[in-house]
Design a protein around this ligand. Structure first.
Ligand SMILES: CC(C)(COP(=O)(O)OP(=O)(O)OC[C@H]1O[C@@H](n2cnc3c(N)ncnc32)[C@H](O)[C@@H]1OP(=O)(O)O)[C@@H](O)C(=O)NCCC(=O)NCCS
Length: 215
């Protein structure tokens, strides 16, 4: 992956390397977390803590996974929850079996699982949003600051609030379909950069002319 940066980890903004922005996949070590190229995380304190704070609930010993696509923007304090750390809810929620073992407490470990969390490409997640377990967020979606996302979010849709509700679709159905077919995020990065102004302005006519699409 060709980064924009003088550093393999931090993002370069203007002429300086920002110690508050990281290309996420350069710092992930947990096999249960997969992040696509160019997705960055901004943290007001220390973005290197992402795995230990923002996505701390995907232990490698468990099976639930977090997948984040390419070219996503993840703002400060976003939390990704899993369900593998849920407590029993049939009686006391105190984790006796975890603290004293299943044999002594007569109760097995069992964590009802909601499945993997999947974030698409070109998703912008606002400051301190919480993405709850098992949710799928479609390509091009926007999540409002401090939202709590409990349900799947359709591609190119803006959601906000707690629980997050649809504010609006970003584009009409035809445009959304064209963007989902274009999948510009899968193009070579130099082509993406050369066409960034068309991508940002949603100039689909120009994007349709680009060579990789014809292959
Ligand atoms: C979601 C967001 C992009 C919507 O922006 P917008 O399209 O300009 O939306 P508006 O301000 O016109 O608000 C539209 C409606 O959504 C509501 N709304 C907007 N953001 C909201 C949020 N974070 N939580 C709850 N409701 C929200 C507004 O109250 C308004 O409701 P109404 O129609 O009932 O009056 C923006 O509000 C937001 O949260 N941005 C994230 C900012 C951020 O975290 N930046 C971090 C640095 S990158």
């Amino acid at each position: 992956m060709t980064k924009n940066s003088k550093s393999p980890v931090y993002v370069t903004i203007g002429d300086s390397v920002s110690k508050n922005h990281v290309f996420l996949n350069s710092i992930i070590t947990n096999p249960n977390i997969n992040v696509g190229d160019y997705t960055f995380y901004h943290d007001l304190v220390d973005p290197l803590n992402f795995e230990n704070y923002n996505a701390a609930y995907f232990p490698s010993a468990m099976s639930e996974q977090l997948t984040i696509g390419k070219y996503c923007s993840i703002a400060h304090g976003v939390l990704f929850m899993s369900s593998v750390v849920n407590h029993h809810m049939d009686g006391s929620t105190f984790p006796f079996a975890v603290l004293w073992g299943a044999e002594k407490t007569g109760y097995d470990y069992y964590f009802p699982q909601k499945g993997n969390t999947l974030i698409g490409n070109d998703v912008w997640i606002g400051c301190e949003a919480a993405i709850m377990p098992g949710v799928t967020i479609g390509d091009g979606a926007i999540i409002g600051a401090r939202s709590v996302v409990t349900k799947d979010v359709e591609p190119y849709t803006i959601v906000a609030g707690n629980p997050a509700k649809k504010i609006r679709h970003r584009f009409d159905t035809e445009t959304t379909q064209q963007l989902l077919t274009l999948k510009w995020w899968d193009w070579p990065n130099d082509i993406v950069i050369a066409n960034a102004s068309h991508i940002v302005k949603n100039n689909i006519e120009e994007l349709l002319k680009i060579t990789p699409l014809r292959n």
